[in-house]
Design a protein around this ligand. Structure first.
Ligand code: 6GU
Length: 236
């Protein structure tokens, strides 16, 4: 499953340039018996299979040795992944992601091996692999040197707690739809001001929940208040 995303463009280049190393480990290599079994029926009965503790412990102990690298279980029960968590993960030299599968994993793995649990959203995936790819992508693009210019990271949606401002490229007029004149003015202060306002406006319209934690100046807080009052008045 990991071949596609890691063999493409930015992540591929990051790996080739040795900015990141991604190692895949197959639980089956530590599976039990001739058939390399990794799962078994749940004690107490019920549907589905449960990943056994032994293959997970031996796989991960082999990877981490005595080091205390974080062991993160990917599960819909984990804390919600977001840009802040992505930034937090970049602070570790290494981390291990466990892709849960089947109906679940033996609780002793959670209790005695796992140090963190992450979910990528309130929906259920068939396994943790896609979640791992999402997390790796979001983390790797933060690493120094991975993106062309570090500029593009700081303006990202969510990087400053706001959604990104609208972007335009050539032509200036497309099917009669014009680029906002301020962007053609060459006035860098005005452009920065317009973009900041657009970011706040867009966040207000689409994700007002984000504004509660965004870092706004006095003036911007006042703008937010005006927007909210106008909206409330409209709804009355
Ligand atoms: Cl991390 N795993 C699975 N299986 N489903 C999910 C998830 C993770 N995050 C959201 N849904």
């Amino acid at each position: 499953m990991f071949g596609g995303p890691f063999d493409e463009s930015i992540i591929k280049r990051a790996i080739e340039n040795d900015l990141v190393q991604i190692a895949l480990h197959n639980l089956r290599d530590q599976g039990i018996g001739k058939h390399r079994v990794v799962d078994d029926y749940p004690h107490g009965g019920g549907a589905g299979m449960v990943l056994m503790a032994e293959p997970l412990f031996s796989t991960i102990e082999k990877i981490k040795g005595d080091s205390d690298v974080p062991v993160i279980l990917l599960t819909p029960q984990g804390r919600l992944f977001n840009q802040k968590v992505a930034e937090e993960l970049t602070s570790h030299d290494r981390f291990i992601l466990i892709c849960g599968h089947y109906e679940g994993i033996d609780e002793r793995v959670r209790e005695h091996l796992v140090t963190d649990e992450i979910s990528i959203g309130d929906y259920v995936l068939t396994g943790g692999e896609l979640a791992a790819m999402v997390i790796i992508d979001a983390v790797v693009r933060q690493l120094p040197g991975v993106l062309g210019s570090d500029e593009s990271i700081k303006d990202d949606s969510h990087a400053n707690g706001l959604l990104e401002y609208p972007q335009y490229t050539r032509p200036q007029s497309f099917r009669g739809w014009e680029v906002p004149p301020v962007l053609l003015s060459g006035n860098h202060a005005e452009i920065a001001k317009w973009r900041r306002e657009q970011s706040i406006l867009r966040t207000f319209q689409r994700r007002p929940d984000l504004l509660e934690n965004a870092d706004l100046s006095e003036e911007e807080l006042a703008m937010n208040k005006t927007l909210r009052e106008a909206k409330d008045a409209n709804e009355k």
